[in-house]
Design a binder for this molecule. Structure first.
Ligand SMILES: NC(=O)c1ccc[n+]([C@@H]2O[C@H](COP(=O)([O-])OP(=O)(O)OC[C@H]3O[C@@H](n4cnc5c(N)ncnc54)[C@H](O)[C@@H]3O)[C@@H](O)[C@H]2O)c1
Length: 406
């Protein structure tokens, strides 16, 4: 009797949520888990025979690791950022990378809302006094947020959802984004950052981490804010000049601030933290936790594992961070060939010529390109003739090819 085919292996590091383990296990994977991150040497060893790798933000997956992992099909970054993965190398080696771009959006929005109210009521000051045994019942400096104008800089996933929740609290919302965005509810787009700063009495940053945003908010922008405004940054640490913010809080021009992200952050729990912003009244400092909730972790586990499973089972690359997007329903009984190639003229013509030469009829085909690569899913009436896959692999433009189902 032939021995049963061994289950494909998924390796999940850094305490990825049990939802991911369960989802991949149910899909037929042997799931190996490891509580911590791995260094390149450990990871290279552990990746032998592994089809799917799951990491969070600490494990670095460089080209040397990818080069030594011939069985690896896809990497799931069970977080938002993907800086820890060499994306160009993964693409060149035909390895898909996925992340969970929206799973913690709501968590960030809820913290921003909580902080806007806490700053407007100067809650942390009152809390500090109470813990020090001081009863200071007073309305001084305490405001409702209803009727205040919130200025959202960066109207992406987080900024636009915050817009909806803030309006539900009775705030007026204005926003500024470098690209054209649909204004939700009664929010109004500003033509420039300057226009937003002149109108808003609470300014919150939700821009992305592109290089051009380094230091985008400094002395000039704080000076342009309305007197006694509130300021929040839950986006990226390097976009704000915090020394300038400190000066403005000390003069009282900025009445309060909430900051979750810093240009240089401790690498792990327990390491000392320092910032120009320590020790200021009505300044809330949090250790990059805006997106860190149990709900977000659970959703990240489900979402990223789902993307890995779909890619492995159907070849679909929806929301991949490095491969072109191709989403095509898998018809029962179809034989699907996934082909990643260099995006040069004639590459697809050669693939289709090969199919014709092997008398294979195309039943469905979808191609998408992204920068230097093209990715095509081709459904054919199976089974594939002997020699076809070797011939496809030998096409000079081919990066990788596989039969997804047959
Ligand atoms: N603190 C946390 O725990 C945490 C959690 C999740 C996300 N984030 C960060 O929050 C930020 C927003 O996340 P997102 O998912 O909404 O991103 P997103 O990409 O959906 O939105 C970013 C928006 O900012 C706009 N933008 C970029 N530069 C700009 C500029 N200089 N001025 C105006 N608009 C600009 C973009 O056009 C885009 O619409 C990111 O930097 C992300 O890394 C932080």
């Amino acid at each position: 009797m032939p021995s049963p085919t061994p289950a494909p292996v998924a390796l999940l590091l850094e305490n990825i949520h049990p939802h991911a383990v369960e989802l991949l296990g149910t899909a037929g994977y042997e799931v190996r888990t490891h509580a911590g991150a791995m260094d390149p040497t450990e990871l290279t060893e552990a990746l032998q025979g592994v089809r799917l790798l799951g990491i969070r933000s600490t494990t670095h997956v460089g080209d040397e690791v990818l080069a030594a992992a011939p069985d690896l099909l896809a990497v799931g970054a069970f977080c938002i950022g993907t800086n820890q993965v060499d994306l160009a190398a993964a693409t060149e080696r035909g390895i898909a990378v996925f992340n969970a771009p929206f799973s913690n959006t709501r968590s960030v929005v809820e913290l921003a809302v909580a902080e806007i109210i806490a700053l407007a009521r100067r809650l942390t000051e009152r809390d500090d006094l109470m813990h020090a045994g001081v009863w200071d019942k007073s309305a001084e400096g305490a405001h409702e947020v209803r009727g205040r104008t919130l200025g959202i800089v960066g109207y992406g996933n987080i900024g636009s959802q915050l817009s909806v929740v803030a309006e539900a609290l009775g705030m007026r919302v204005v926003f500024y984004d470098t690209t054209e965005k649909l204004a939700l509810g009664n929010a109004r787009a500003c033509a420039s950052l300057g226009e937003l700063l002149a109108e808003a009495d609470t300014v919150t940053l939700h821009v992305d981490g592109r290089d051009g945003n380094a230091g985008m908010f400094g002395a000039a922008q704080f000076a342009a804010m309305r007197p006694r405004s509130l300021f929040l940054n839950l986006s990226r640490g390097f976009v704000v000049d915090y020394a300038a913010l400190r000066r403005q809080v000390e003069t009282g021009h900025i009445a309060g601030a909430a900051v979750d992200v810093f240009p240089s952050e401790p690498k792990s729990k327990g390491e000392p933290f320092d910032s120009e912003l320590r020790g200021l009244r009505n300044v809330i400092l949090t250790p990059h936790v805006a997106g860190s909730t149990a709900e977000a972790q659970q959703d990240i586990g489900r979402f990223t594992a789902g993307k890995l499973r779909e890619y492995a089972a159907a070849g679909t690359t929806t929301l991949s961070v490095n491969l072109p997007t191709v989403t095509m329903d898998l018809r029962p009984g179809a034989c699907r060939v996934a082909h990643l190639h260099h995006n040069v003229p004639g590459a697809m013509a050669r693939v289709n010529q090969l199919l014709a030469e092997h008398l294979v009829n195309i039943e469905g085909q979808l191609l998408s390109t992204r920068g230097s690569v093209g990715y095509a899913l081709t459904d054919v009436a199976g089974p594939l003739p002997t020699g076809f896959l070797d011939a496809l692999a030998a096409v000079p433009e081919t990066i990788s090819t596989r039969v997804v189902s047959s």
